[in-house]
Design a protein around this ligand. Structure first.
Ligand SMILES: NC(=O)c1ccc[n+]([C@@H]2O[C@H](COP(=O)([O-])OP(=O)(O)OC[C@H]3O[C@@H](n4cnc5c(N)ncnc54)[C@H](O)[C@@H]3O)[C@@H](O)[C@H]2O)c1
Length: 248
């Protein structure tokens, strides 16, 4: 078994995922990065842009919505590395619409990607962590899973579901020294948000007590705290990084 710690990050090429990988590599982790096959051609460019070497990252090319293929691909990567110390469930999508107009497809796509894939990714990792008797799992929720959001009934349902899932898993993992926590970002400057019209972003910023979007580095820093030795007694917790937008 390798001495180097291993972290599996889903949605690794995204705005927040990339920053989480950057901070984990800086802290000495080897990354298992899940990447949807359509992103395949971006892998090499991403490694170059991030200044990572091929030995920093093992890519797992899989659509997490394809349960059997994704579980098999993740299991293969864990077996190849021989260990997994950290899991960050970060992949997520939005399909916004008011509930009145929401299609069943918009509803199901968000449930599939944001919630159902937690089973697919977490079970093989959790089983390995049980065997190792150690591990840290950080699930990425959202401020809108805590407070709800107009036009996001689907997304808010999944992001609240992630919190319930994490609390249950924290109880199952505790005896094996596995801590499971949640980071709930507020509006963060990634393409998911910066693609919005400028006036929409300005109106969002005006509602945030700290008057600005979060930087991806600030979300990744919360993840790094939860996987650090400093957080060894923290489990089942939700850490909000939202500039004061919602205080719970
Ligand atoms: N940006 C924000 O303001 C914000 C706020 C709160 C929470 N979040 C959450 O943070 C996480 C990351 O968001 P982001 O802003 O970096 O988004 P992003 O769109 O930049 O990244 C999301 C990643 O998930 C991957 N993904 C989507 N569907 C997938 C699937 N079926 N299989 C595998 N991978 C898949 C995408 O390919 C992408 O790499 C998400 O869970 C999001 O809900 C973001």
């Amino acid at each position: 078994m390798s001495e180097q710690k291993v972290a599996l990050v889903t949605g690794a090429l995204g705005g927040i995922g990339s920053e989480i990988c950057r901070q984990l590599v800086t802290a000495g982790y080897k990354i298992i990065a899940t990447v949807v096959p359509r992103e395949e051609d971006r892998e090499k460019q991403w490694l170059k842009d991030e200044g990572f070497t091929e030995s920093d990252v093992r890519f797992v090319l899989t659509n997490l919505n394809e349960h059997e293929a994704a579980t098999a691909a993740i299991q293969e990567a864990i077996d190849a590395e021989g260990r997994v110390d950290v899991l960050v469930n970060n992949a997520g999508i939005t399909r916004d619409a008011t509930f009145k107009k929401m299609s069943y497809t918009q509803w199901s796509e968000v449930i599939e990607t944001n919630l159902k894939t937690l089973f697919t990714v977490t079970q093989p990792v959790f089983n390995k962590m049980l065997e190792q008797k150690s591990g840290r799992i950080v699930n990425i929720s959202s401020v809108n899973g805590l407070k709800g959001q107009f036009g996001q009934a689907n997304y808010s349902a999944t992001k609240a579901g992630i919190i319930g899932f994490s609390k249950a898993l924290a109880q199952e993992g505790a005896r094996s020294n596995i801590c499971v926590n949640v980071v709930a970002p507020g509006y963060t400057a990634t393409p998911m948000v910066t693609a919005m019209r400028e006036e929409v972003i300005k109106s969002i910023e005006a509602q945030i007590p700290l008057q600005r979007l979060a930087a991806p580095t600030e979300i990744a820093a919360a993840v790094m705290y939860l996987v650090s030795d400093h957080a060894a007694y923290v489990t089942g917790e939700t850490l909000s990084i939202n500039g004061g937008l919602y205080m719970h």
